[in-house]
Ligand binder design. Structure first.
Ligand code: KIV
Ligand code: ZN
Length: 501
């Protein structure tokens, strides 16, 4: 059966989810999990976008073997050089060159004529050929572009050495029948397309990202671009797990196969959700917590007789089987390390596992520890790698008829500094003190969420916040049995993301 290639762009387009910034350690964990899942191509980032992105792509290229590692690039010479440099140690590498092709983008964003865009495509694909054999070319906003012009651009790209022709529905505007027809037109109408893979890249603004990707497959696309859990800008991208399970479950309909090990889907989904701080709703297809639960008596009866009465997939097929064992205070380091890899953490060093095991033991002494607790502990550790600001101490005074006052000491690049501030309650006072210490300009708190990770008064508390710093959003998160400390650490976590930009 024909295999469909999966290009996962969780680390690039997915990281464009508002407020999401994942550091290098977190990205490496996700890249490893994607490798285990069996994705064919990992779009690891946009090397020219920032030093941080460049470093992440370079590290993934150095350490993740198996999938092709891809870097995004505008049709700009400096971007192509940055991508070539970042990807130089990849076992197999690809550049994804893009330029906008719709009139609205060319006129208002690029300020270029169609002729200039055509010449730029020829020049940049040829330039990329100096470094890459594997070249993807994407027409941004393809679905709102003039079809004749789109064909021309793809022909120019193919003639100059592009090997994959990608059709993005950048703003999630297309309908499935229309998108399928466009894919067929490109496949059959572009001279040189017969030597290229045709690819779809669908966004979900009208909730049709997955349907459009499947329509593309029905019309000859051999590659789909997608993200885990459908994360991404605005309403996100087509969700990898939904496309994969549609192809598997309805093989009779699509008649194609995939290289993915679908039993990894739940694990990777949980890892991305936890590291991105974006929770799936319970009814999220394939990986939501309700997907294999049955509430009504009639359904329960049917399931007891035969699961296929109300289930079209098994939980095992997406890796959702019951956990093997529960970890507690008597669990050893070996069992803990094994649980970490079962949860999808594959890059932790021996020292990191030892440190995390000690933290786990501290919690396990007081209560039973769930997978969510463990993930919260590991994510906090990953988030805190190479910070600019670190919490040294804090003291807070508050009462019901007095203003709260906080004294916070932070270390910043080795130097300790303290500030005191008052506020409307202990958390506000602590945030005010940290804001002063940070030297950051305008900070407003856009979102603030506190929840108990587990049950009971001794539960681990998780704090998530979103700061708007000079107009840009940064999320921070932390866990601690002390909820005020969790809030302070979450604030510092968000500041560190700002400091790293
Ligand atoms: O949505 C889009 O158009 C993209 C391109 C950069 C491939 O993400
Ligand atoms: Zn996109």
């Amino acid at each position: 059966m024909q295999k469909i290639l999966f290009l996962d762009t969780t680390l690039r387009d997915g990281e464009q989810t508002p407020g999401v910034h994942v550091n290098r350690s977190g990205k490496l964990e996700i890249a490893r999990a994607l490798e285990q899942l069996g994705v064919d191509i990992i779009e690891a980032g946009f090397p020219a976008a920032s030093n941080g992105d460049f470093g992440c792509v370079a590290e993934i290229a150095r350490t993740v073997k198996g999938p092709v590692i891809c870097g995004l690039s505008r049709c700009v010479e400096g971007d192509i050089e940055a991508a070539a440099e970042a990807l130089k140690s990849a076992e197999r590498k690809r550049i994804n060159l893009f330029i906008a092709s719709s009139s609205i983008h060319m006129e208002y964003k690029l300020r270029m004529t169609p002729e200039q865009v055509g010449r730029r495509v020829a020049d940049c694909v040829s330039k990329a050929r100096e470094y890459f054999d594997d070249i993807e070319f994407s027409c941004e906003d393809a679905t709102r572009s003039d079809v004749e012009f789109l064909i021309r651009l793809f022909e120019i790209a193919a003639a100059n050495g592009a090997t994959t022709l990608n059709i993005p529905d950048t703003v999630g505007y297309a309908c499935p029948s229309e998108f399928g027809a466009l894919v067929r037109t490109i496949k059959e109408g572009v001279k040189g397309a017969e030597n290229c893979v045709i690819s779809s890249h669908c966004h979900n603004d009208l909730g049709m990202g997955v349907a459009n990707a499947l329509a593309a497959i029905e019309n000859g696309a051999l590659q789909v671009e997608c993200t885990i859990n459908g994360v991404g800008e605005r309403a996100g991208n087509a969700a990898l797990e939904e496309i994969a399970m549609a192809i598997k479950t309805r093989a009779d309909c699509y008649g194609v196969d995939i290289n993915l090990d679908t039993t990894q889907l739940y694990r990777v989904s949980r890892l991305v959700s936890s590291l991105y701080g974006v929770q799936n709703p319970p009814n999220k297809p394939i990986v939501g917590s309700n997907c294999f639960l049955h509430e009504s008596g009639i359904h329960q009866h049917g399931i007891m007789m035969n699961r296929s009465t109300y289930e079209i997939m098994t939980p095992e097929s997406v890796g959702m089987q019951a956990e093997g064992f529960v970890l507690g205070k008597l669990s050893g380091r070996h069992a803990f390390a094994q649980r970490l890899s079962e949860l999808g953490y594959l890059t932790l060093s021996e020292e990191a596992v030892t440190l995390l095991f000690a933290r786990f033991k501290d919690y396990a002494d007081k209560k039973s520890v769930t997978d969510e607790d463990i993930m919260a502990i590991v994510n906090e550790y990953l988030d805190s790698q190479s910070p600019v600001y670190a919490l040294e101490t804090f003291q807070i005074q508050s009462g019901n008829n007095t203003a709260a006052m906080a004294m916070v000491t932070l270390s910043c690049r080795g130097a300790k500094m303290s500030e005191a501030a008052i506020g409307d309650g202990p958390i506000d006072a602590a945030f005010n003190a940290i804001h002063r210490l940070s030297g950051a300009g305008d900070i407003s708190l856009e979102e603030f969420e506190i929840r108990a990770v587990t049950e009971g008064t001794d539960a681990l508390g998780e704090a998530k916040i979103r700061l708007n710093i000079d107009g840009v959003g940064f999320t921070g998160r932390s866990v601690s049995p002390d909820i005020i400390e969790a809030c302070i650490r979450a604030y510092i976590n968000a500041l560190n993301k700002w400091a790293a930009t």
